[in-house]
Design a protein around this ligand. Structure first.
Ligand code: SF4
Length: 351
């Protein structure tokens, strides 16, 4: 069996930052209960690990006692939720990914300029709920081209589209094309809203999956970008399996025992779950590991302002603190073996 480890995979800078925020708040205030509005990131294991440390996740700010601390998740919130927190006198720490905030800012700006906004994404996803809330009277959500005939358009010359950051690039492209066909003067955002992490992880699957017998995506079922990775594998004709961890692997997925398997992870899945799967395959199937580098991600985000203020109040110096994302170090102890580097071109060179 051969395991092709995709690079990049797993944590993006926004997820890393959101997790670090909760981590730092919990460490800073060991005697207080910390509340988080919605799952901090869409991963079952990350949430369970914080619950074990006493964090309480809520879907309604009414469940946070007046005056307590609440962290807003990476997916962002609407102004209505921000107001509700203020009304309840909650101390808020905002872990919204800056790339989500960028889409919010665009929604506000275009709404002020009198545009109607067509927001491409999944209606119930927290990110879309948050962005929609910036200009609810001027925004309509478009989930598929089938929604276009039902849109209420006042002036087709005063339209702009925005997108959820974690969509499939291919699916979003189809919706954008349909919108442009229907409304040729629709304005495009100045740069792509789908974020670098989503795009890079999807490109890696698109390039590698076609050379493999199966694709395993580590991620939770409510993680939009993880689900998209599985769909992209299927789109290139390779069976994709989305699993939360090693316990969900099924032996019938690998009937020959000598398959070539791509292993990747959604942007909210921690790397220790990936390494556990590698160890499993090395031990049970004598698998060899191969590393396929598609993009080198070296991303850095600053800390959120609300966290910096809290740190200052507790005498913690944040001046040189940044959030870094670099490819994980692969050691034999963690992964069961050390991978051989692969060059991905038209054909994979597998030994
Ligand atoms: S997937 Fe993209 S937008 Fe979402 S948290 Fe990560 S970097 Fe930010």
């Amino acid at each position: 069996m051969q395991i092709i480890l995709a690079n990049p995979r797993g944590f993006c800078a926004g997820v890393r930052m959101a997790i670090d925020v909760v981590d730092q708040v919990v460490n800073m205030l060991p005697d207080q209960t910390i509340y988080v509005y919605h799952e901090i990131v869409h991963n079952r294991h990350i949430v369970a690990r914080f619950i074990d440390r006493g964090v309480i996740f809520v879907d309604d700010l009414e469940d946070v006692p007046v005056g307590n601390i609440v962290v807003f998740s990476a997916h962002g919130i609407s102004p209505q939720i921000r107001q509700q927190a203020q009304d309840r006198n909650l101390r808020t720490v905002d872990a919204t990914c800056p790339l989500v905030t960028k889409v919010h800012s665009r929604a506000i700006r275009y709404a002020q300029q009198g545009y109607q906004i067509l927001l491409i994404g999944h209606k119930d996803h927290q990110e879309i709920v948050g962005t929609f809330g910036e200009a609810p009277d001027q925004t309509q959500v478009v989930e598929s081209p089938a929604d276009i005939p039902n849109l209420n358009i006042i002036d087709p010359d005063r339209l702009v589209y925005l997108t959820q950051t974690t969509l499939s690039v291919d699916d979003a492209g189809k919706i954008i094309k349909a919108l442009k066909d229907a409304f040729p003067k629709i304005k495009e955002p100045p740069t792509e809203d789908i974020c670098y992490a989503t795009t890079n992880r999807q490109t890696a699957v698109r390039q590698i999956a076609k050379h493999c017998d199966a694709v395993i995506v580590v991620g939770s079922r409510n993680s939009s970008n993880s689900v998209r990775l599985t769909e992209i594998a299927e789109n290139v004709g390779t069976k994709g399996h989305l699993i939360d961890d090693v316990n969900e692997l099924k032996t019938e997925w690998f009937p020959e025992g000598n398959e070539v398997i791509m292993l990747t992870a959604g942007a909210s899945a921690p790397e220790d779950l990936v390494s556990e799967i590698c160890r499993h395959f090395v031990e049970s199937h004598k698998a060899s590991l191969h590393l396929a580098d598609i993009f080198e991600e070296k991303i850095e985000f600053g800390l959120p302002l609300t966290l910096k203020r809290l740190m200052e109040e507790h005498g913690i110096d944040h001046k040189n603190r940044r959030v870094h994302i670099e490819p994980p170090m692969i050691t034999e102890a963690e992964y069961g073996s050390v991978p051989v580097a692969l060059t991905i071109s038209t054909e994979l060179e597998l030994s």
